[in-house]
Design a protein around this ligand. Structure first.
Ligand code: GTP
Length: 595
């Protein structure tokens, strides 16, 4: 066990984690040149394309710098705030962390939040100043920030470039010399923590775990403590570039388990694996079900594709346990699904995967957070769709989720950032200068205000020099109302939203204007109205088309006519007919782009 090191890499998004991981794998000959592809650990297509790590992965390296062979288990972590729960479990499986900071960017919000997670878990931190090859690198200044942040010696900071392969050997040495070997007792009952699971269409769910005590052998009967489910360990092994099956994995080490599990939901990240005979008394750590933060309806564009969409969602859920959904009906859109996502990025990913992997064309409705409708007897009704909002006179009040947000920006932009957060109904709670021109601002804000365009606006007003991290802090009383949209007098339920009363007028007005731009003109005038209850608060109209498009064809040329109709049909791809009005997909998402 003293020759094992378990570590993760923590960094703000884009600071070069995946690139550096690739270099470590190359340097330790874990992969050959031929096998090497950029960002090897990101093996989902979507990950590569977006250049982000969506799921955590683990890989084992071997390295010998003269003192014997060491086993180094690298546990990769996602960098986006939507996936922070996975980061926390990966961190809990390690004894040390490389803290990577981009030398041209400096410390950002997720650098700090991930560092705190690592410190809470008593991880040894190895600071790495990355991308020193960049002309814009500011190694001295950023080193100062790192020293301030973690209180290390300047000399402890390794200067590196994942791109150029600088500092790689030094990092490997530091991992071996500074990160403590795992502790644990191989003779104790088995205690292994699940830090990730991956769906494989041939082999079922692969469970990634770290053994804390005891050992697991091929063929063992094991139990997952929290779910209470029992499995046979059909195959266990270590995670090299490819999986290598073994007969036993001992305390301190990391491995995978395959036991014919078909559904991702059965495997909870954070759960403890033990033996059915001689079980451990304690689960390794507290355990949370990951909660969705954002909800939206997903509907097939063609109503006839409902069953196909259901089958696709079921398959998607097999490998994405954080996706939750239930059937929903909308007057406007017909049969579809109400889905819960970890955040907006997760929502986009799900939509994209449905389209790419399952060839579905879907309409996504206005995203919403979960509100609590508090009844007069104190009971709570969960409201995660506008249609579920009770009549105001039947409840005591509404509560909405609040977050604590950490924003790191340049001091030049403090004013603009504060103004934005105030506009989003936020309150500033703290302001700390990290250096003379970088400041960390802490706000409390309603989650519903962050969900929409907050991050984009933050980036715009700060010219890209702002990073954001947040956590949920609880529910607070808020004056929320349901805003409905009517087209030619018909309420379009899929366009309803729950908004703060003070913002309802502005919101209604802008939404009507936006819809006026987005709705295609038709043979008749379309009246667009926004209403709270029965009170109309804004209106617009789309003028009627004068002529029939087909009139142009003078009735003569049938092929031309067909072509024109064909063209219209294609244009209809993402349209929905509601009453007699055609609504394009953009309209359902218009609220996201109200600014
Ligand atoms: P996420 O997985 O999304 O969190 O990103 P990441 O932190 O893994 O960053 P990634 O390795 O994908 O690198 C982000 C960008 O920085 C890519 O365009 C890389 O090519 C570039 N990059 C990474 N390391 C270096 C480096 O040492 N020098 C320079 N110049 N660019 C680098």
């Amino acid at each position: 066990m003293d020759k094992i090191r378990n570590f993760c890499i923590i960094a703000h998004i884009d600071h070069g984690k995946s690139t550096l991981a690739d270099r470590l794998l190359q340097f330790t000959d874990t992969v050959s040149e031929r096998e090497m592809q950029d960002q090897l650990l990101d093996d989902m297509d979507l990950e590569r394309e977006r250049g982000i790590t969506i799921k955590s992965h683990a890989i084992q390296m071997e390295y010998d710098f003269g003192g014997g062979k060491y086993i180094l288990n690298l546990i990769d972590t996602p960098g986006h705030v939507d996936f922070s729960y996975e980061v926390s479990r990966s961190i809990a499986a390690c004894e040390g962390a490389l803290l990577i900071v981009d030398a041209s960017q400096g410390i950002e919000a997720q650098t700090i939040s991930n560092l705190y997670l690592a410190l809470e878990n008593d991880l040894e931190i190895i600071p790495v100043l990355n991308k020193i090859d960049l002309p814009g690198a500011m190694p001295e200044e950023v080193a100062d920030q790192i020293v301030d942040l973690i209180g290390c010696n300047r000399d402890d900071i390794i200067h590196a470039s994942g791109k150029e392969g600088i500092g790689i050997e030094e990092i490997l040495k530091a991992i071996i010399e500074k990160i403590p070997a795992p502790k644990g007792d191989p003779a104790e009952p088995l205690q292994a923590m699940i830090f990730d699971s991956v769906f494989n269409s041939y082999r079922g769910i692969e469970v990634y775990f770290r053994v804390f005590n005891g050992s697991i052998k091929k063929g063992d009967k094991v139990k997952f403590v929290n779910t209470g489910k029992v499995y046979d360990a059909d195959e266990i092994g270590v995670l090299k570039l490819n999986q290598e099956s073994t007969n036993e994995i001992n305390a301190g080490n990391v491995g995978y388990l395959i036991s014919g599990i078909k559904v991702a939901k059965e495997v909870k990240v954070g759960d403890t694996i033990t033996h059915v005979d001689n079980p451990t008394k304690d689960a390794i750590m507290g355990f949370e079900d990951v909660k969705p933060m954002v909800f939206a309806g997903i509907y097939p564009v063609e109503t006839s594709e409902y069953e196909e969409l259901r089958a696709s969602m079921e398959k998607l859920q097999l490998n994405d346990a954080s996706l939750v959904w239930e059937p929903e009906t909308s007057v406007a859109l017909g049969f579809g699904f109400r889905c819960g996502f970890l955040g907006m990025l997760h929502m986009e990913i799900v939509q994209e995967r449905l389209e790419r992997e399952f060839d579905m064309t879907v309409i996504t409705t206005v995203p919403s957070v979960e509100f609590h409708a508090i009844q007069s007897d104190g009971g709570i009704i969960l409201v995660n769709a506008p249609s579920e909002m009770p009549e105001p006179n039947t409840i005591s009040h509404i509560e909405e989720p609040f977050i604590r947000a950490q924003i790191i920006t340049k001091s030049d932009y403090i004013g603009a950032v504060i103004a934005l957060c105030m506009d989003k109904r936020g309150a500033i709670k703290n302001q700390v200068y990290l250096t003379s021109d970088r400041v960390e601002l802490t706000f409390e804000l309603p989650l519903s205000e962050i969900v929409f365009d907050f991050f984009d606006r933050l980036k715009t007003i700060s010219r890209g020099y702002a990073s954001l991290d947040y956590e949920l802090i609880g529910f607070r009383k808020s004056n929320m109302v349901k805003l409905d949209i009517m087209l030619n007098g018909d309420k379009v339920d899929a366009l309803s939203a729950i908004v703060h009363r003070e913002k309802a007028y502005e919101w209604g007005k802008r939404l009507c204007e936006k819809l006026r731009e987005l709705l295609p003109r038709q043979m008749f005038e379309i009246a667009i109205q926004a209403a709270i209850g029965t009170k109309v608060i804004a209106r617009e109209s789309v003028r009627a088309l004068r002529k029939n498009v087909l009139a142009k064809c003078y009735g003569g040329d049938i092929t031309r006519k067909r072509k024109l109709l064909e063209k219209q049909k294609k244009g209809k791809k993402r349209m929905r007919q509601v009453g007699n009005v055609e609504i394009p997909q953009e309209a359902f998402m218009a609220v996201l782009k109200l600014e």
